[in-house]
Design a protein around this ligand. Structure first.
Ligand SMILES: [Zn+2]
Length: 165
Protein backbone atom coordinates (compact mmCIF):
# COMPACT_ATOMS: atom_id res chain seq x y z
CA UNK A 1 0.00 0.00 0.00
CA UNK A 2 1.24 3.45 -0.92
CA UNK A 3 1.72 6.14 1.69
CA UNK A 4 -0.88 8.59 0.37
CA UNK A 5 -3.51 5.85 0.11
CA UNK A 6 -2.77 4.63 3.64
CA UNK A 7 -3.06 8.15 5.06
CA UNK A 8 -6.30 8.79 3.18
CA UNK A 9 -7.82 5.50 4.39
CA UNK A 10 -6.71 6.12 8.00
CA UNK A 11 -8.19 9.64 7.92
CA UNK A 12 -11.51 8.15 6.77
CA UNK A 13 -11.43 5.15 9.14
CA UNK A 14 -8.84 4.79 11.92
CA UNK A 15 -9.71 1.07 12.26
CA UNK A 16 -8.70 0.18 8.72
CA UNK A 17 -6.47 -2.85 9.36
CA UNK A 18 -4.57 -2.77 6.06
CA UNK A 19 -3.77 0.93 6.45
CA UNK A 20 -2.85 0.36 10.12
CA UNK A 21 -0.42 -2.36 9.06
CA UNK A 22 1.24 0.13 6.70
CA UNK A 23 1.41 2.64 9.54
CA UNK A 24 3.21 0.10 11.76
CA UNK A 25 6.07 -0.18 9.28
CA UNK A 26 6.21 3.31 7.75
CA UNK A 27 7.92 5.90 9.94
CA UNK A 28 7.10 8.75 7.54
CA UNK A 29 3.35 8.13 7.70
CA UNK A 30 3.54 7.72 11.46
CA UNK A 31 5.30 11.08 11.84
CA UNK A 32 2.85 12.84 9.50
CA UNK A 33 -0.19 11.47 11.30
CA UNK A 34 1.28 12.24 14.72
CA UNK A 35 2.03 15.88 13.88
CA UNK A 36 -1.50 16.34 12.57
CA UNK A 37 -3.04 14.78 15.69
CA UNK A 38 -4.14 17.53 18.13
CA UNK A 39 -4.06 15.12 21.07
CA UNK A 40 -0.34 14.38 20.57
CA UNK A 41 0.45 18.11 20.68
CA UNK A 42 -1.66 18.59 23.80
CA UNK A 43 0.10 15.69 25.54
CA UNK A 44 3.52 17.06 24.58
CA UNK A 45 2.54 20.50 25.94
CA UNK A 46 1.23 19.00 29.19
CA UNK A 47 4.47 17.16 29.91
CA UNK A 48 6.35 18.79 32.80
CA UNK A 49 9.80 20.15 32.15
CA UNK A 50 12.76 17.94 33.03
CA UNK A 51 14.11 18.73 36.47
CA UNK A 52 17.61 18.10 37.74
CA UNK A 53 17.91 15.65 40.64
CA UNK A 54 18.99 17.28 43.90
CA UNK A 55 22.77 17.19 44.39
CA UNK A 56 22.55 15.22 47.63
CA UNK A 57 20.23 12.55 46.26
CA UNK A 58 23.00 10.45 44.71
CA UNK A 59 25.01 10.53 47.94
CA UNK A 60 21.98 9.57 50.03
CA UNK A 61 21.15 6.64 47.76
CA UNK A 62 24.74 5.40 47.56
CA UNK A 63 25.15 5.68 51.33
CA UNK A 64 22.24 3.30 51.86
CA UNK A 65 23.03 1.00 48.96
CA UNK A 66 24.45 -2.35 50.06
CA UNK A 67 23.50 -4.74 47.28
CA UNK A 68 26.40 -7.17 47.58
CA UNK A 69 25.40 -8.52 50.97
CA UNK A 70 21.82 -9.08 49.93
CA UNK A 71 22.87 -10.64 46.64
CA UNK A 72 25.43 -12.87 48.35
CA UNK A 73 22.93 -13.98 50.98
CA UNK A 74 20.32 -14.67 48.32
CA UNK A 75 22.79 -16.61 46.20
CA UNK A 76 23.99 -18.60 49.22
CA UNK A 77 20.42 -19.37 50.24
CA UNK A 78 19.55 -20.47 46.72
CA UNK A 79 22.68 -22.61 46.49
CA UNK A 80 21.96 -24.29 49.84
CA UNK A 81 18.34 -24.86 48.86
CA UNK A 82 19.39 -26.36 45.52
CA UNK A 83 21.93 -28.60 47.28
CA UNK A 84 19.31 -29.80 49.76
CA UNK A 85 16.92 -30.46 46.90
CA UNK A 86 19.54 -32.46 44.99
CA UNK A 87 20.41 -34.51 48.09
CA UNK A 88 16.75 -35.17 48.83
CA UNK A 89 16.12 -36.19 45.22
CA UNK A 90 19.21 -38.43 45.23
CA UNK A 91 18.13 -40.15 48.45
CA UNK A 92 14.62 -40.58 47.06
CA UNK A 93 15.98 -42.05 43.83
CA UNK A 94 18.37 -44.38 45.63
CA UNK A 95 15.93 -45.59 48.26
CA UNK A 96 12.69 -45.40 46.30
CA UNK A 97 9.60 -46.79 47.93
CA UNK A 98 11.42 -49.73 49.56
CA UNK A 99 12.93 -48.87 52.93
CA UNK A 100 15.15 -51.97 52.63
CA UNK A 101 17.23 -50.11 50.06
CA UNK A 102 18.21 -47.69 52.79
CA UNK A 103 20.78 -50.32 53.82
CA UNK A 104 22.46 -50.00 50.41
CA UNK A 105 22.52 -46.24 50.87
CA UNK A 106 24.15 -46.71 54.26
CA UNK A 107 26.88 -48.71 52.53
CA UNK A 108 27.44 -45.78 50.17
CA UNK A 109 27.63 -43.47 53.16
CA UNK A 110 30.28 -45.71 54.71
CA UNK A 111 32.35 -45.41 51.54
CA UNK A 112 31.89 -41.63 51.65
CA UNK A 113 32.91 -41.53 55.31
CA UNK A 114 35.99 -43.62 54.50
CA UNK A 115 36.97 -40.98 51.96
CA UNK A 116 36.47 -38.28 54.56
CA UNK A 117 38.58 -40.25 57.00
CA UNK A 118 41.38 -40.31 54.41
CA UNK A 119 41.17 -36.52 54.12
CA UNK A 120 41.17 -36.19 57.89
CA UNK A 121 44.20 -38.47 58.03
CA UNK A 122 46.04 -36.12 55.68
CA UNK A 123 45.06 -33.19 57.90
CA UNK A 124 46.40 -35.10 60.91
CA UNK A 125 49.73 -35.48 59.07
CA UNK A 126 49.83 -31.72 58.51
CA UNK A 127 48.99 -31.12 62.15
CA UNK A 128 51.79 -33.42 63.26
CA UNK A 129 54.23 -31.60 60.99
CA UNK A 130 53.09 -28.25 62.41
CA UNK A 131 53.53 -29.49 65.97
CA UNK A 132 57.07 -30.40 64.96
CA UNK A 133 57.73 -26.79 63.88
CA UNK A 134 56.33 -24.44 66.55
CA UNK A 135 57.51 -21.27 64.76
CA UNK A 136 55.47 -22.14 61.64
CA UNK A 137 52.49 -23.04 63.82
CA UNK A 138 52.75 -19.69 65.61
CA UNK A 139 52.94 -17.84 62.29
CA UNK A 140 49.83 -19.67 61.02
CA UNK A 141 47.99 -18.85 64.24
CA UNK A 142 48.95 -15.16 63.95
CA UNK A 143 47.75 -15.01 60.33
CA UNK A 144 44.49 -16.73 61.33
CA UNK A 145 43.88 -14.31 64.20
CA UNK A 146 44.63 -11.32 61.94
CA UNK A 147 42.25 -12.60 59.25
CA UNK A 148 39.51 -13.18 61.83
CA UNK A 149 40.03 -9.70 63.30
CA UNK A 150 39.82 -8.11 59.84
CA UNK A 151 36.70 -10.12 59.05
CA UNK A 152 35.08 -9.08 62.32
CA UNK A 153 36.00 -5.44 61.71
CA UNK A 154 34.45 -5.55 58.22
CA UNK A 155 31.34 -7.27 59.54
CA UNK A 156 30.81 -4.79 62.38
CA UNK A 157 31.70 -1.61 60.52
CA UNK A 158 31.43 -2.01 56.74
CA UNK A 159 33.57 0.48 54.88
CA UNK A 160 31.79 3.46 53.32
CA UNK A 161 32.83 3.27 49.70
CA UNK A 162 33.05 6.54 47.88
CA UNK A 163 33.13 7.18 44.18
CA UNK A 164 36.32 8.72 42.89
CA UNK A 165 35.60 11.54 40.46
ZN1 LIG B 1 3.80 5.45 4.46
Amino acid sequence: MRCDEARRRLAANDRDTAASRHLETCAVCFAVLETSDPLAGALRAARPADAEAPERLAHAVLARWRPRRARAATALTAALAATALVIAAAVELLVGVEPARLGDLTGSLVVLLDGLAGILGALLEVRSALFGAPAVLTAFAAVTVAACALWLRLALRPPAWRWVR
